[in-house]
Design a protein around this ligand. Structure first.
Ligand code: PRP
Ligand code: URA
Length: 207
């Protein structure tokens, strides 16, 4: 698994807005939308393209397009806030959904929804989840994809903890990970430090 940290100044300013407790949910969601555009833009560097003939107003020439637009899979809830930005950059893509909630005592994910095509062989998948903490949630999601035949999984997340990166790498399910920061680690409640808090609650309010 290769790991890309997007340390562009515009990405880091959106990340700062997301970390800041003074940002209300509207400001948090706006920063997440914009940051997702930058993360997906970088993730798409590895996508295959194909040439096809077009005509400009002046002359015929060759253009390019994505050879195989990925299935976009936001991990609910928090990944929902990344879905629109990804689909805006990848308008030919379809979308699947995986719903996971982390158990507050065991910190393991509890699955409550899967809406994915049965056969993912030959189709690249782009997974969206702002937080890679212990890695339990993303490993669960990516295993669902591999079980359906997917061999080309890329993940975009806002923050990653070193523990989560290692667990995701060890799962062998992901080719590319794109993130805006690798933070210091996890606290005793398995929150990312310094992190940004609960990404779902900060977007949508507490449950
Ligand atoms: C958050 C986040 C990830 C997960 C990360 O979701 O969006 O899915 O925690 O933690 P992990 O790497 O330790 O598994 P959460 O379970 O809080 O649900 P939510 O998106 O509904 O808030
Ligand atoms: N889930 C979150 O939303 N935030 C964390 O820091 C860890 C898991």
């Amino acid at each position: 698994m290769d790991v890309l940290v997007v340390d562009h100044p515009l990405a880091q300013s959106r990340l700062t807005a997301m970390r800041n407790t003074e940002s209300d949910s509207g400001a948090f969601r706006a920063a997440l939308h914009e940051l997702t555009t930058m993360l997906v833009y970088e993730a798409a560097r590895s996508f295959a393209v194909e040439a096809y003939p077009i005509e400009t107003p002046v002359a015929p020439t060759m253009g390019t397009r994505l050879a195989n637009p990925p299935l976009i899979v936001p991990v609910l809830r928090a990944g929902l806030g990344m879905a629109d930005s990804a689909l805006a950059l990848l308008p030919e893509s379809s979308m699947g959904f995986v719903g996971l909630a982390r158990d507050e005592k065991t910190f393991e994910p509890r699955a409550y929804m899967e809406s994915l095509p049965g056969d993912l062989s030959g189709l690249p998948v782009l997974v969206l989840d702002p937080m890679l903490a212990t890695g339990g949630s993303l490993v669960h999601c990516c295993r669902l994809l591999v079980e359906r035949g997917c061999t080309d999984v890329a993940v975009c997340c806002v923050l990653a903890a070193p523990e989560g990166i290692e667990r995701l790498r060890a799962s062998g399910t992901v080719r590319h990970l794109v993130t805006a920061s690798i933070d210091e680690g996890l606290n005793d409640k398995k929150y990312i430090v310094p992190g940004l808090g609960d990404a779902g609650d900060r977007q949508f309010g507490g449950m």
